[in-house]
Structures are given as C-alpha cells and as structure tokens.
Design a protein. Structure first.
Length: 638
C-alpha cells in the first residue's frame, strides 16, 4: 500500500500535503511552487501541460487551455450557462445534458472530471517524486456547499487519476482542523472561505481534539473569478467606449484581459491603485492599439458591490443556523486567496465584529487540514474526533410535486432518519421513491440524486398502505435510502454515493485512458531527458574541440564532428533507441580523444628523487591524482 496525501483541488490553484513525523507538510511541485495552477493546456502536437507550464501558454493558446474547471464539476450545462460564457475555451452540452470542454488540439471533448483528474495526476506525480514512494490514496476537499452531485464528481476525478479517495472533506472543516490541531481550550470559530470559484462559511466548536461543525452555508457560484470578471467587463467596456473595439470578441485579447484582471485584483490588495498596461492588445484601422488604464481600489469596490452583497447572506445564515450571535465567536479564520482582498476583510469584520485571524496561510491551510484527516484515517494522528454536517437538506418528492425534507441541512453525520408515507390512489401496486437534495419547497427546484421503485404492495384503498422511507448517512457522507412496506415486509434500497454525471463504465474507461496517458507522459518525460542529455553532450564536445583545436588530430576531429552531427540528427528524429546509440558512439570515441589530450598535458613523473627500497613507485602519485579528480568532480557538481 502506498502513501496517503491530502489534496485541496481548487478552482484557481491546487495544493497537496502529507503527514511526516506527525506534522503536516506542503509538497512543492516539480517546478518548485507550493501551489499548482489548476490549468490544463493542450499543445497542437498533442502534448499535455498541467500547472505553471499550461498557464504560461494560455494567452497564445486560449481555446486549448482549460481553467476554472471546478465551476463545472457535477453540473448540467443548463446550470452553468453564465460561467460557460466567461471562459476562453468552448464549453458545450453533451447528449446527457452534462458539461464538456471542447479541445480542438486534441480533437476531443473532455468532461470536468477528466480535466480535474489531470490536475490530480500531476499532484500525485509530484508527491511521489518528493516522497520517493507510491501515492495511491487521498483525502480530497470540496466546498462545504457542494451538493451530492458535485461531491461524487470530485470523487470520480480522484478515481480516474488512480487515487483511492478515502474521504471527501469540507474545505472549511479542513481549515479548522489545521487551525485547531494544537488548541486545548474550547473555541467557537467561523471559517470564511472565499476561493477562486466557490464561497463557504462554516461555524465549528474546536477544542480538546473535537471538531464539531455547527452549521455551514455558502454559494457555489461565487468566488475570485467573479471579482476578476468585474475588472474584465470594466476594461472591455472602457476600451470599446474609447476605441470602438469589443475586446471580448477576440479570444487572445480576452485571455490577456483575464490575466490582467487577476493581476490587478491581487495588486489592489496591497496598493490603493494599479496601472493596467496591455500593449498591442488589438488593431484599429490597421494600427496597433494599446490598453493603458488605472484602476483604483475605490473603483474596484464600486464594481464589486453586488458581489459583496452576496457574501453577506451565507455569513448571516450560518450564524442563524448555529443559533449564535457575533459575541459567541472567538475567532474568524480567513481561507482562500480571494479572502486577502481588503474590502472582503472589512466586510467580514463588520459582519462579525471580529478582527479576522490571519495566522494561517489561506492558500495552503485546506490541504494541510486534508493531510491531517488522512493522518487520522491512517492512524498517524490520534485523539481527534471530527463531526461534520450535511450541507443541504435531503428528502423525497410527495404528491403535488412537494419536496418533503427528511434530513435537514446542518445535521451532524452519521445520522439516520425515517418517515412513513402512503399511496395516492386505490390499488396502487408500487411507489416511486424520488430522492432530492436542496432547500426549495417544490421538488422541481431541487437537485434530483436518485430514484427507485418499491413494488409488491397489496391492493388497498388510497392512503391505507404504510411505506417507511429511511435515510441513512454514514461518516463518509454516503447516503443509503430504503423503503419498506410495513404490511408485507417487502423492502427496496439504493445506495447514493453521489449523483455524478458519469456512470461506472465511463469512469472505468477514463481510468484506463488516464493510465495510458500516464504511461505516455512518462515516456515523453524520459524522451525529453534523453534528448537533453544528448544536447548537453554534443555541446560539451563541440566546446572541447574549439578550446583544444591544436591538440586534436584532424582525422579524429573530423570523426568526432561526424558523430556529433549524427547525434543531432538522432535527436531530431525522436527515436529513443537511435539517440541512445548515437550518444554511446560519440561518448566512446570522445573519451579516447580526451585521454590522449590529457596524456599530452600530464607532467612526466619526477624520477630525480631515489625511491626507498620496497616503495611502490607512483602509488602516492596515483592516490593523490585520484583524490584530486574526485574533489574536482565534487566541486563541479556543487
């Protein structure tokens, strides 16, 4: 069995952490960053890029670069039309009504689960490189307000990436775990989590190793992306007013606006104004046009007034559901990169009457908490009890399309609740149990997460049969619903591990494809390393010949130059075996030449001094020479 890691799969950035010697450690990416941009790019030659490398090429390759995919996880296309219009890549509806990203370079459509799996694969690979061992299990975080469908989609993404997902844990709960790991005194804390694409508020009681979630609320369509979009809209509107050109119609220009918007948002967290300078943004009347504008913090706050209004509601809802007042809170923990915005911090201070606690790293704390949860499940972390809650109410559809709640939101899990129902018409032989999740009174306005039928009901007048429906949710958030006819004892049940958009066969297929891609990615990486070593060798040989042209016989020089040429041709051919063969041949012949050159420059042995009887002539010289060589290699390597 491999190692278990904690992963924060974010809208903008993702992070992986692990428990080492009882302490959570954030694992840096292969590129040296502690956070991985949640971006996947596809080059025209089919090569796949993930993270920093994908983000770098987004401007020149916008239609093949996928970002903010988390906003589409577990959704039908009809639910995310607004988000789809903001991204640079094409998002469309598949035959089942689900979201897919259309990637021309790959000539393929990808589900959000597949794109997320690519991000998870990268995190898995970087963790394995750091730990030097297999990573095959993970605890993955999700926004507290994610519904069952979104949670299932996240779990599916983990499976596709080759990870056994031990637990899906709420992001604010993970943050509270990281914050309160060493807290002995009981505290009531509010975790305010504003990420790139989602917003959550959770209230927890923390202390003596017990983490009890009292309430949670949020908005899964509100995040840093929406604040960026306000700047993009303003820039595009002002530029069109000034130049008469709609930059949003140009995909490359739009991508540059998005990057500039994100950068301006970040800069306004520490400055009162920022200059947005985008030279050669487009052409007008055959002449290059430049975008140069100044955005003040005050103007940015004015643009985002409606977003700030949306932030208020979940904070107030969470407090009401927990039956708490501001004075009952001990700390307010800010999580998520977007929580750094001064206007957000000021709003939170006004809403809670508390100065926000900035002792945790908002970008890393969720992954750290996930790693702690992984440690709890693996037995590395002891004496910790985590009591989470259901984020949304669960129930069934009743006559007239009414949603009848059986499990109310913010109920501590595990939990088990039952309710008895009856038939609507005479002699009804079966009933359909339609399982829903949400807060609206009508069934059609809530999320459908499963259906099943209970048959074998004896003929009877309407409203006589008694059918008991039971909802049973375990600590993993896995829901099992059963229905039993009390007269006959007939029972039917269904396990809802989520109502994701993928069925088991699709997940299996994607897992196989991911494994194939992992193998091809590994081979591609090996090819790059072989080509890089070959280039280094060719360059080193050419430099040596230039520096020692008078010491190498012309025939040998010609032979070596031919071998270098052959190696460069092999590199261009992308033939792994040919490159290795050409490398060996060049090394063999070149080593002979270097030996001859060093013989020419090595001083003759000093034979002036008489040797003592029995002394091994040259042994001391040989030993010293070997030591010098080793030392020289060591210094050069350092």
């Amino acid at each position: 069995m491999g190692k278990t890691v904690g992963i924060d799969l974010g809208t903008t950035n993702s992070v992986v952490a692990v428990m080492e010697n009882g302490e959570p450690v954030v694992i840096s990416t292969a590129e040296g960053t502690r956070t991985l941009p949640s971006v996947v790019g596809f080059k025209k030659d089919g090569e796949r890029l993930v993270g920093v490398t994908a983000k770098r090429q987004a401007v020149v390759n916008p239609e093949n670069t996928v970002s903010s995919i988390k906003r589409f996880m577990g959704h039908k296309f009809s639910e995310v039309v607004a988000e789809a219009s903001r991204v640079s890549y094409k998002v469309k509806e598949d035959k089942k009504g689900n979201v897919v990203a259309v990637i021309p370079a790959a000539d393929k459509e990808f589900t959000p689960e597949e794109i997320s799996a690519m991000i998870l694969q990268k995190l898995k690979s970087d963790a394995e490189g750091y730990l030097g061992t297999l990573v095959d299990q993970a605890v993955i975080t999700v926004p507290a307000y994610f519904n069952d469908s979104q949670r299932k989609a996240t779990k599916d993404a983990g499976e596709i990436a080759g990870l056994k997902v031990l637990r899906i844990i709420n992001e604010p709960t993970a943050a509270a775990l990281a914050y309160g790991l060493d807290k002995k005194a009981n505290e009531t804390i509010l975790v305010f989590d504003l990420g790139g694409g989602t917003f959550d508020v959770s209230i927890l009681d923390v202390g003596d190793g017990v983490f009890e979630v009292k309430s949670t609320a949020g908005d899964s369509h509100l995040g840093g992306d929406d604040f960026d979009a306000k700047i993009v809209e303003w820039l595009a509107k002002e530029f069109k007013k000034d130049q008469g050109v709609d930059l949003k119609a140009d995909k490359q220009a739009l991508q540059r606006l998005r990057e500039a918007g994100e950068k301006a948002k970040i800069e306004l967290s520490s400055q009162v104004s920022t200059e947005i300078n985008l030279p050669f943004i487009t052409m007008t009347d055959g002449q290059p046009a430049h975008l140069v504008m100044t955005l003040t913090r005050a103007k940015f706050e004015e643009l985002c007034a409606d977003l700030l209004a949306r932030v208020k509601v979940p904070v107030q809802t969470a407090l009401e559901d927990a039956k708490l007042k501001n004075s009952d809170l001990h700390e307010v923990i800010m999580v998520g990169g977007s929580s750094r915005m001064p206007m957000v911090q000021e709003l939170v201070k006004a809403l809670t009457d508390k100065e926000p606690n900035k002792s945790v790293n908002p970008d890393e704390v969720v992954a750290v908490g996930a790693a702690i949860q992984a440690g709890i499940l693996g037995g590395e972390v002891k004496d910790i009890l985590l009591l989470d809650v259901t984020p949304l109410s669960l129930g069934v559809e009743t006559q007239g399309g009414i949603f009848d709640k059986i499990v109310e939101r913010n109920m501590t899990i595990p939990t088990k609740k039952s309710r008895t129902y009856t038939t609507a018409v005479d002699n009804q032989p079966e009933v359909e149990i339609h399982i829903l999740q949400g807060e609206r009174p009508l069934a059609k306005d809530n999320k459908s997460i499963g259906r099943f039928h209970l048959g074998g009901i004896p003929p009877a007048p309407a409203r006589v049969p008694q059918v008991e429906v039971t909802f049973d949710i375990d600590a993993n958030g896995i829901l099992q619903v059963s229905a039993q006819d009390k007269a006959t004892g007939n029972q039917q049940k269904i396990t809802i591990t989520g109502s994701g958009n993928l069925d088991r066969t699709e997940i299996d297929r994607m897992m196989q494809e991911a494994e194939m891609n992992a193998e091809s990615d590994k081979k591609a990486q090996e090819m790059l390393e072989v080509k890089n070593e070959a280039d280094k060798l060719a360059y080193g040989v050419e430099k040596f010949l230039r520096d020692n042209t008078d010491k190498v016989p012309e025939a040998d020089k010609t032979n070596i130059e031919d071998k270098v040429r052959a190696l460069r041709e092999a590199v261009a051919s992308d033939d792994h075996e040919r490159i290795q063969t050409a490398t060996r041949e060049l090394e063999t012949d070149f080593h002979k030449i270097t030996e001859e050159v060093y013989k020419q420059t090595t001083p003759t042995e000093n034979t002036a001094e008489p040797q003592a009887e029995g002394e091994k002539v040259g042994a001391g010289v040989g030993a010293a020479a070997n030591e010098d060589v080793i030392d020289a290699e060591f210094k050069e390597e350092k």
